[in-house]
Design a protein around this ligand. Structure first.
Ligand code: ATP
Ligand code: MG
Length: 579
């Protein structure tokens, strides 16, 4: 391919609305262009890399025994009603109307469609296991599309769905996908690691996310280097807070005291009160599936909403408004507490760290007042003890007691063991050996293909541009003759080497633009081709050309040896990312 015959609109300036480096480089290297927020056009170089990521994903899915299909993006809402997700995924669904005013759904994911297919096609244990996958567009009405391809309204996902006869068999299918994911990310040159994950609205009971460490990620991962434990913060557990909870007997009864104007944990921690946050009970009021609910965590802890949702099996959870709170409890946020004034009809869930706590201080459910000497089990009616807190860095891991660390990461893939949630609702059943009918046991497995591509850029770049791993680079080699005058020796040699490299199966882009060397070099570094071969008139006079691995040092080699050197280097790089 010649540079002049394709379209690589590189930019000198950083686009103002691109916040993170990978988004900036996608635009600056001319890989994509924005149509509007969350919607992008892939330009030739971006498309070539995208196809390479897809090819790696496809090869590993095929190798793991998954079968490729292609399902419709446009879906009837009936199957979404059947699964119950018309309600639970309401906010994410794009809906369109046809000429008869009938509504359709643009698929954000495909559990419903594949389960419908499998329900109709398979009937016997003999036909299982099956695992179907596709590489397809997904549509999601994201609250905040941002960071380019990272969180888009429309994006490409590889999604796979396994169907098994038993839980045990489903674990085997899960493990195959898990292992395939490890290989896929490694072959894309991406450092990604699996972490235990919350299952969220998709349901199911066992799940891992594949995370790429990056400051710009939207997830926090807690991990322990000694044991290898790693979990999304939405799910992570520890041996408990670093500061222990007071448990000394505190007094005969809670004592109310005035705290005018004190409405935060911090304010109560300061003069004149000096109540450390770990000695306070934080009272939060939520609407959990439309039911007003009181939640208690320690003053220095944060409520973990995904944990709450997971343990209560609830669907819609939000903080109650100040009006809803006042109507139910008679006080405003900042003075809330559960010692008095919480009607028996309102459930009170408390974090397990508070179990046995004595000598605590909490709001009195009366503006401007708090209680001290609170013994939680004596003084508060607890409906249920739950794990409601978010772990903090430095807490000890459950496994070996080493301090947990927390870091930001980008989620590129997600594997779930689904169980029978969808197969029951959509009637995907089979006859077992003994003639009994059972729901199939499912798993589902997603990779954000477009997000993965951008995650590679986020991880592989320097001040000059992208440093593509060879496996996903748009071209392996950029050939830059520094003269394009047809009669010049540089151009003539370039033509010959170009033909030889192509004949040797090397993916080479010939920069045939009549540009200054500086421009050519800058562009080739920005787009990030793994190897550059420069042919200048001066060195050529000595029979030499210049090779430069992106991010490495310049090597001067004999023109006659250049092709072999390049072929050897490309082959050894390819081997690093091979199956
Ligand atoms: P997130 O938590 O980032 O919203 P998710 O958990 O909703 O993602 P899944 O339903 O697990 O996503 O989808 C599988 C994969 O699809 C994710 O691991 C991610 O790589 C990708 N993905 C999800 N949403 C988007 C999006 N809006 N834009 C690009 N890729 C996405
Ligand atoms: Mg996910």
């Amino acid at each position: 391919m010649r540079w002049s015959q394709t379209f690589i609109p590189t930019l000198k300036e950083t686009p103002a609305d691109a916040e993170i480096i990978s988004h900036q480089l996608l635009l600056r290297a001319g890989l994509v262009r924005k149509l509007t927020g969350g919607l992008y056009t892939f330009l030739p170089m971006g498309l070539r890399s995208l196809k390479k990521v897809e090819a790696i994903v496809r090869a590993e899915m095929d190798r793991a025994g998954a079968i490729e299909v292609l399902m419709p993006a446009l879906q009837p809402p009936e199957i979404w009603h059947q699964s119950g997700r018309y309600q639970t995924m309401m906010d994410a669904l794009y809906k369109v109307k046809d000429r008869a005013n009938k509504e359709w759904v643009l698929g954000p994911t495909h559990e419903e469609v594949i389960t419908h297919l499998v329900a109709n096609e398979f009937n016997s244990y003999r036909q299982l296991p099956r695992n179907f996958y596709q590489i397809q567009l997904k549509f999601r009405d994201e609250i905040r599309p941002r960071f380019g391809l990272m969180r888009a309204k429309e994006f490409i996902m590889k999604d796979a769905y396994s169907f098994d006869v038993s839980d045990e068999a489903a674990m085997v299918s899960y493990r195959k996908m898990y292992d395939a994911y490890i290989r896929i990310f490694a072959r894309c040159g991406l450092r990604a690691f699996p972490v235990e994950a919350d299952t969220g609205v998709i349901g199911g009971n066992y799940s891992h996310e594949f995370m790429v460490p990056a400051e710009t990620g939207e997830n926090d991962v807690a991990y322990c280097e000694s044991s290898g434990y790693a979990a999304n913060i939405e799910k992570a557990v520890s041996r408990g807070p670093s500061v222990s909870t007071p448990a000394d007997s505190s007094g005969p009864a809670p004592e109310k005291f005035p705290t005018p104007g004190v409405v935060t944990i911090d304010a109560l921690a300061k003069a004149p009160f000096h109540v450390p946050p770990s000695h306070q009970i934080k009272t939060l009021v939520y609407m959990v599936d439309s039911k007003l609910t009181v939640l208690l965590v320690r003053g220095d802890d944060q409520l973990n909403e995904p944990k709450l949702i997971a343990q209560l099996g609830s669907i819609a959870v939000r903080p109650a408004t100040a009006d809803e709170i006042f109507a139910a409890l008679g006080a405003h946020p900042g003075s809330l507490g559960a010692v008095t004034g919480v009607p028996a009809s309102i459930p009170v869930y408390a974090d397990r760290v508070l179990q046995g706590a004595k000598g605590m201080t909490t709001g009195a459910n009366e503006d401007g007042h708090h209680y001290r000497h609170v013994e939680i089990e004596r003084d508060i009616r607890i409906t249920q003890w739950l794990d409601l807190r978010t772990v903090q860095a430095g807490e000890l891991s459950v496994q070996v007691g080493s301090p947990l660390k927390i870091r930001r990461a980008i989620e590129v893939g997600h594997v779930f063991k689904l169980g029978t949630k969808y197969s029951e609702k959509l009637n995907a059943t089979f006859l077992s050996e003994d003639g009994q009918r059972h729901p199939m046991v499912m798993g589902c497995y997603g990779i954000g293909v477009t997000r993965t591509l951008q995650a590679v850029i986020e991880q592989c770049q320097d001040k000059d541009g992208i440093l593509w791993p060879l496996s996903v680079a748009p071209f392996e080699v950029c050939l830059s003759p520094l003269s394009v005058v047809p009669t010049s020796p540089a151009w003539q040699l370039a033509q010959r080497l170009y033909a030889e490299l192509e004949a040797a199966g090397i993916q080479v882009l010939l920069d045939d633009r009549d540009e200054r060397p500086g421009v050519k070099f800058k562009d080739s570094e920005l787009v990030g081709f793994p190897l550059r071969l420069a042919i200048g008139e001066k060195s050529l006079a000595k029979g030499e050309v210049e090779l430069k691995v992106r991010g490495g040092t310049l090597q001067v080699v004999k023109a006659e040896e250049a092709v072999q050197r390049i072929v050897d280097w490309v082959h050894s790089e390819r081997a690093k990312f091979a199956a």
